[in-house]
Write a protein that binds this ligand. Sequence first.
Ligand code: GAL
Length: 408
Amino acid sequence: MEVKRHFSWRSLVTIAALCLFHVTAGETTLGQTPQMGWNSWNTFKAIINESVIHETARLFGTLGLQKAGYNYVVIDDGWANHSRTADGYLQANVTGFPSGIKALADKVHAQGLKLGIYSDSGILTCDFKPGSWGYEERDAQTFASWGVDYLKYDNCGGFEGMTEASQVRFGTMKNALELSGRKIFYSVCEWGFQFPWRWGGGIGHSYRISGDITASFTNETGCACKTAYCLNTGYAGCSVLTIINKMREISQYGVQGHWLDMDMLEIGVANMTLYQQQTHFTFWSALKSPLIIGADLSRLSNESLAILTNKNIIALNQDSLGKPVSYVETLSEDGLWQVWAGNIESGYVVLLLNEKSYPQTISLQLSNLGLGTPRKIVELWSEKTLKTNAFNGTLQPYQTLVFKIDTA
Ligand code: GAL
């Protein structure tokens, strides 16, 4: 009898411990909010080296980016040697990364940051370095053994690799990462080719929905696919505005833990006005896209830095509900201004974008969206409180106002 009671007590402790473990494990699940960090591609392309990564990691601290929530430092294409080792392992190119990736990861970790790396689901990367197709488990183990925390996995390097469906190629790496024994954030980069919003949620913590962003707010160099279901014939050159517009069709597919990736930020890279930069950051945040800075941090202007570290807008991106805003067609004027809205933890948020290159005066009733009864309305960029439930005012070219509407 005594033994039995003792056993029951131990069982209770075990169950409690398991519950605790479950909560703890839940807390550390990757991707519960969109990832925030920096990636080398938009500025450095494939000419990247370890000094840039060291300097970037240092600047995360001194510029206040780390404090603002940015924690992944991601090396894009160009880090690897042209060939694998004789026994088939990926290796860093010694010119750019003489100390190797493990040593780099150790340094980045010592600063409380995380290291990301890049590979490809084909035979070659876009920069003609070895891809991971057919080597998924081996490469995932290599990344884990180096202490890598994040993998951006690309879609170039065809040949036999491309005879397999995207789901298979990207899914194989997902499984390999899970087997690697290390928690590695999985950023799927499939350019929206095979409509990953239909399947990417089961595979990546985030997945790209468009061709490569170009360093421009409106001008495009070759964005072949401006809508969600067009057939792609090219992958690069999409402007900030085109990517925003594409999200009108697919924002509803973004769910917590599997974010729609609108591509790396061009703030501090492109020559954009203050309002264009604010709009870029607002939409990436409100649509719960990853916030991955693409600029050279050593040359970032104070204006761009202030936008990238804006607490209100980052809070919108990292909101615990994790719900992207949706396009509100009935309140928008096609081609002139756009209204987007969606729930956040404290109520809801409404975005008003002047899509034109000239100022526009716009009136908007903020309370008839069926998202709750307003208690307080604050415009997040100016931090001004609205006195009524309606907005009536002038927006500058490409400006976006962000109304946070508390209902509780
Ligand atoms: C593209 C990708 C870019 C960048 C580049 C590297 O496919 O979309 O973000 O990673 O490859 O070659």
